[in-house]
Structures are given as structure tokens and as C-alpha cells.
Ligand binder design. Structure first.
Ligand code: FAD
Length: 394
């Protein structure tokens, strides 16, 4: 069994917003693959091409060397990548929120902005430094914004020269509500909570441009403004690895699979997660969530084993049980079947669920220790952005 992965860890993405806000140590949001998969050979690198006819793939390792791999059964789970649409200035000025690097960068950036604003006397420039725009009102955008706002709120009292009036948080969403797929009542609750915390929520609004960090949005009445930090938390598209195979894909480029997670017309190719269009037992296609990807992985593993002669194949029957969204300290929303919860209870439910899903006892214990520490002590506000830049020896 061989796994090709670009990092030697699995990122538990639901904890990414908390890793960004520093509620948990970023390293605790990942699980080392070599520790988790003791009987699997790991090749840290990237699959660059796949040939279905000869059942081979080429992977490039960290040294740049290419490896030709022969496979009997192929499992594709390359996830999604940010789709950068043609918004002027976007590539140059916005950052994504998908990887651990993004989360660590954002935390350091936000804290650095506070320090720079503290040292700035010009009130206009100070406001620009402390204006944060998040584009995308889905789970990633809402949770990331809520956690960062919560971090800054807690940090503010340590900067006597800064006040809430210096801060501006803007959330831009193209649809007419936040958090698609969640009970509309909970989406409205989330919107109200964020607005109460001073977040400007612009619904049915598009980012039109952000050249030189000057944000122009489609909403009438919102004047163009400078936002030093712009987070692009929307527009994911399936990894191009699956669309280039010549197999059937859906309208957004996900590989179409059957209820055994197997690509249409192939007995030896499986696909799951954000890059696959897996039939949802409740109708339609499964949403791109970790809870679905994990269940699809179990079905896929059983079917790969069956294809190799061990055991019987099975079908994907998992039904969505609900969703939880954490909104920073003690706030959240949760939906379990048709029951809805808000506030501290929902926040605790979200945390418990994430803990339950987190693989490995050691990581669970570390996360609980981080949460406990965060409840008992003030936030750690150290800004370690300079760590990535090694000073040259003179
Ligand atoms: C901020 C954030 C918060 C989220 N919160 C939740 C939540 O609370 N609950 C929930 O259920 N879901 C949540 N999700 C969604 C969830 O993370 C995804 O649905 C899930 O990770 C999809 O799993 P996947 O394996 O398909 O893709 P991924 O987890 O993205 O993994 C794909 C992996 O394949 C690698 N890869 C890509 N191309 C190649 C290649 N050519 N060669 C080798 N490797 C490659 C990628 O680098 C990546 O490591 C969240 C997502 C984000 C970004």
C-alpha cells in the first residue's frame, strides 16, 4: 500500500480556524501520517500524471526525483484547490484559507497589523491596517472571520492606543444568506451574532476588484475602501488531477463515482472527498465535508480490499447527521437532524464532535489540553511571523 501526499501529516481542517486564532497550537490540528499509518509506505511528494491504460502514475518526491508507480487499484482523494476567478488584484493581494500555512500566516498577519497600527499615528492608515475583508460566507469564511475577530477582541486591551473604532471587519457573500446547507434559522442567528460583534455583512455582493488592496464591491452604497488584509475563502474547485483523466466528471469537475465510490466504467479507480461526486443517499451529491469524506474513505477501503479478494464490497449509505459552526469563544450554532442549537451549548457540541472525529488519542489529549489552557489563561498574543525568515549570517 502506497500513499503519495505533499506533506507528512493529515490536516484536520475543522480545527483550522482555531489554529489560526491560537486557541489550539497549530501542530495539534495535524496528525503525522507515519504515526497513523504504520503499515503504509509513504511517499512525500506529488502525483504529476496518471496513465489509466498502463495502470501507472508518476510522482515527484521532495528532491525532485520522479518515481514511476504501478498500481492495481487507484484511490483518488486530492481534494479541492481555491479557484481564483478573474477579479483584478485578487492574486496579488488576497490569501486563501485552506492550509496550515494559511492559518499560521493569518494569525501572524493579524497580530502584526495590531503592532503596526499601534505604532502608526495617521488615523486613516491605522484604519486601513486594521481593516480585514473576508470573501465567502461559507463555513471556512465564517469560522475564520469569527475566530480572528475573537482573537483581536481579546488582544485589544493590550494596546491602549487602539480602540474598537479603529477596526473594520467585512464579510462579502454572493448568496443571500450565510452558511449554505444549514437551517436558515441558524444562518440568520450567525448573521445577527456577527453583526452584533461589529462585522459588516454584505450579502448578494461580489468582490469586483482589489487592486493595490483597494476593495471594490458590487453592493450599492459601499464606497471603495483599503483593506490591508483580504482573505479569499470561497470558490473551491476539485483538484485538476481528476479532471485530466478522461473519466466522467460533473459540471464542477468532480469525478463521478457510484455508490461503491468507484469511477464510472472502471473497476480499478476509486475517488472520494471534495474531488468526487459521490451519490448522497438522501438525493443529489454529497456536500464537500470532512464528515462525508471520512465515511466514504471507509467504504472505499472495504471495496478496494474486496477488489483484491478480501471480503465483500459495500455501498455508501451515510446520511448527514448535522453540522456545527464555531464562532469564537463560547459562541456557535449546531444542527443535529432537525434539532437546532445556538450559543454555548452549540459551541460545546461543535467542539465535542470535532474531538470525537479527530483521529488518535494523543492528538485528542493535546487538543483538550489546549482548550483547557485557553479557558483558564489569557490568549497567547506572540507574533512569530519572523520565524519563517532566517537571518543570514553576516
Ligand atoms: C477552514 C476549513 C474548515 C472546515 N471545517 C469543516 C468542518 O467543520 N466539518 C467538516 O465536515 N468539514 C469541514 N471542512 C471541509 C473538509 O476539510 C473537507 O471537506 C475535507 O478535508 C475533504 O477531504 P479530502 O480528502 O477530499 O481533501 P483534503 O482534505 O483537501 O485532502 C486532499 C490532499 O490531497 C493532496 N493532493 C492534492 N493533489 C495532490 C497530488 N497531485 N499528489 C499528491 N497529493 C495531492 C492535497 O495537498 C491534500 O493534502 C473545512 C474545510 C476548511 C478549508
Amino acid at each position: 500500500m502506497l500513499l503519495v501526499a505533499p506533506e507528512n501529516f493529515l490536516l484536520f481542517a475543522p480545527l483550522l480556524p482555531e489554529a489560526a486564532s491560537g486557541t489550539i497550537e497549530p501542530r495539534h490540528a495535524v496528525i503525522p501520517l507515519r504515526e497513523m499509518l504504520r503499515r503504509t509506505q509513504l511517499l512525500v511528494g506529488e502525483v504529476t500524471s496518471i496513465d489509466l491504460e498502463s495502470r501507472t502514475a508518476v510522482a515527484e518526491d521532495l528532491t525532485g526525483a520522479k518515481h514511476e508507480i504501478s498500481w492495481a487499484q487507484l484511490v483518488l482523494s486530492p481534494g479541492s484547490v481555491p479557484s481564483v476567478i478573474a477579479v483584478p488584484g485578487l492574486k496579488e493581494n488576497a490569501v486563501g484559507f485552506k492550509t496550515l500555512t494559511d492559518a499560521i500566516w493569518l494569525r501572524n498577519r493579524v497580530l502584526r497589523q495590531l503592532e503596526t497600527a499601534d505604532a502608526t499615528l495617521d488615523p486613516v492608515r491605522r484604519r486601513e491596517l486594521l481593516t480585514f475583508t473576508f470573501v465567502g460566507g461559507g463555513y471556512a469564511g465564517v469560522e475564520a472571520l469569527a475566530e480572528m475577530e475573537s482573537l483581536v477582541s481579546d488582544a485589544l486591551h493590550t494596546y491602549p492606543s487602539l480602540s474598537r473604532q479603529d477596526l473594520r471587519w467585512v464579510l462579502v457573500e454572493a448568496r443571500n444568506s450565510l452558511l449554505p446547507g444549514l437551517d436558515p434559522k441558524l444562518a440568520r442567528y450567525t448573521e445577527a451574532r456577527l453583526r452584533r460583534r461589529g462585522v459588516e455583512i454584505l450579502l448578494e455582493t461580489w468582490l469586483e476588484s482589489c487592486v493595490d488592496k483597494k476593495v471594490v464591491v458590487s453592493a450599492p452604497g459601499v464606497e471603495p475602501y483599503v483593506s490591508d488584509t483580504i482573505v479569499w475563502a470561497t470558490g473551491q474547485r476539485p483538484s485538476p488531477l481528476v479532471s485530466g483523466l478522461g473519466l466522467a466528471t460533473d459540471e464542477v469537475g468532480r469525478l463521478i463515482v457510484d455508490d461503491q465510490i468507484r469511477a464510472i466504467g472502471r473497476s480499478d479507480v476509486f475517488a472520494l472527498g471534495d474531488a468526487a461526486a459521490v451519490p448522497d443517499p438522501d438525493g443529489g451529491i454529497c456536500p464537500g465535508t470532512a464528515q462525508h469524506a471520512v465515511r466514504q474513505a471507509k467504504v472505499c477501503a472495504q471495496n478496494v480490499a474486496a477488489a483484491l479478494g478480501a471480503g465483500q464490497p459495500t455501498t455508501f449509505t451515510y446520511r448527514n447527521r448535522g453540522l456545527a459552526v464555531t464562532l469564537g469563544r463560547n459562541q456557535g450554532t449546531a444542527q443535529v437532524y432537525r434539532f437546532t442549537f445556538t450559543g454555548v451549548l452549540a459551541w460545546l457540541m461543535g467542539r465535542s464532535y470535532h474531538l470525537l472525529m479527530m483521529p488518535g488519542l494523543a492528538r485528542k489529549v493535546r487538543v483538550v489540553a489546549d482548550w483547557t489552557t485557553a479557558m483558564l489563561f489569557p490568549r497567547d498574543l506572540s507574533q512569530l511571523g519572523s520565524l519563517g525568515r532566517r537571518a543570514p549570517l553576516e
